[in-house]
Ligand binder design. Structure first.
Ligand code: NAP
Length: 271
């Protein structure tokens, strides 16, 4: 099947980079599909999904604030989605809506070859994205995770979740993190850094062989990325996860390999 209409729903949605990435993929492969951004405010998700069903949508992405709420409106969910408790990709399968979570796989894509088995990670943040990341770390066989969050209770909840997945997990207050040495991987999954500002933790003492991964993609060079680069660490940018989750969504919907190079050009050209 090459036709179909796709969308991303959320609020705010005006600056979503998903339409540019998916439209570039359609152009690259000569597919007769379209992809639009559709604003669905908090509290209006059910009506929003009904109108998408009515319009015969083939699939849609889900972003803030609906990734958890959408779960109650789906007919079926895949295993990752149930594990993380959130969906970011929905496919219409003969009138039934099936949810997937490609944030976990998208997070892991740029880490291919990084040998996470036995790794020790510092995870900043305890929101929806951090939960998908903790699940990804467990799946790849990491051994330890320290979760640092502004709100301690949320950090403890995520540490308990990570513990249930087999990680040796502890929670600390974000403001108490002063020593970032000794980790194989440090991930910023807080919303701090969106639109500028310094890293949420000081990175001056980061080890040179630590991977510093910021999932915030706007701006591309966040304070976290800048400080990690200045300290000589290897950096992974937020756009790489964004590209990964979009490519995996494309593959779920269309059953063919996503044209990642074209999608990346659209992403970086429009960022
Ligand atoms: P979320 O569920 O709302 O969680 C937000 C997290 O950020 C919480 O841990 C929150 O701490 C923390 N936080 C917010 N403002 C903060 C501040 N000023 N200082 C310190 N901590 C702060 O959001 P999410 O869905 O997990 O998304 C988090 C970030 O990841 C967003 O910037 C989002 O754009 C980005 N993201 C990127 C991708 C990608 O593909 N690259 C995918 C998903 C998300 P509290 O618990 O204390 O409130």
């Amino acid at each position: 099947m090459t036709g179909g209409t796709y969308a991303v729903i959320g609020d705010p949605i005006d600056h979503s980079l998903s339409p540019a990435m998916h439209s570039a993929a359609f152009r690259e492969l000569g597919m007769d599909c379209s992809y639009i951004a559709y604003r669905v405010p908090r509290g209006e998700l059910e009506e929003g999904v009904d109108s998408l069903r009515g319009a015969g949508i083939s699939g849609f992405n889900v972003t803030i604030p609906h990734k958890e709420g959408i779960m109650g409106l789906l007919d079926r969910t895949d295993e990752t989605c149930s594990l993380v408790g959130a969906a970011n990709t929905v496919k219409d399968e003969g009138g039934s809506l099936r949810g997937y979570n490609t944030d976990m796989g998208g997070f892991l894509e740029p880490l291919k070859g990084a040998a996470l088995g036995g790794a020790s990670a510092l995870l900043l943040g305890a929101g929806g994205a951090a939960r998908a990341i903790a699940a990804g770390l467990a799946r790849e066989g990491a051994s330890k995770v320290t979760i640092a969050n502004r709100t301690p209770e949320r950090g403890r909840d995520l540490a308990a979740f990570a513990g249930r997945l087999g990680l040796e997990a502890r929670a600390v207050r974000l403001a108490d993190v002063s020593d970032v040495s000794g980790y194989d991987l440090i991930v910023n999954a807080t919303a701090a850094g969106m639109g500028g500002g310094p890293s949420p933790v000081p990175l001056g003492r980061i080890d040179k062989n630590t991977i510093a991964y910021d999932i915030v993609y706007m701006p591309m060079r966040t304070g976290f990325v800048r400080e990690a680069q200045e300290a000589g660490a290897r950096v992974i940018h937020g756009y790489e996860m964004l590209l990964g989750q979009a490519a995996l969504a494309f593959e779920i919907w269309h059953g063919r390999e996503a044209p990642r190079a074209a999608m990346k050009r659209a992403l970086l050209g429009g960022a």
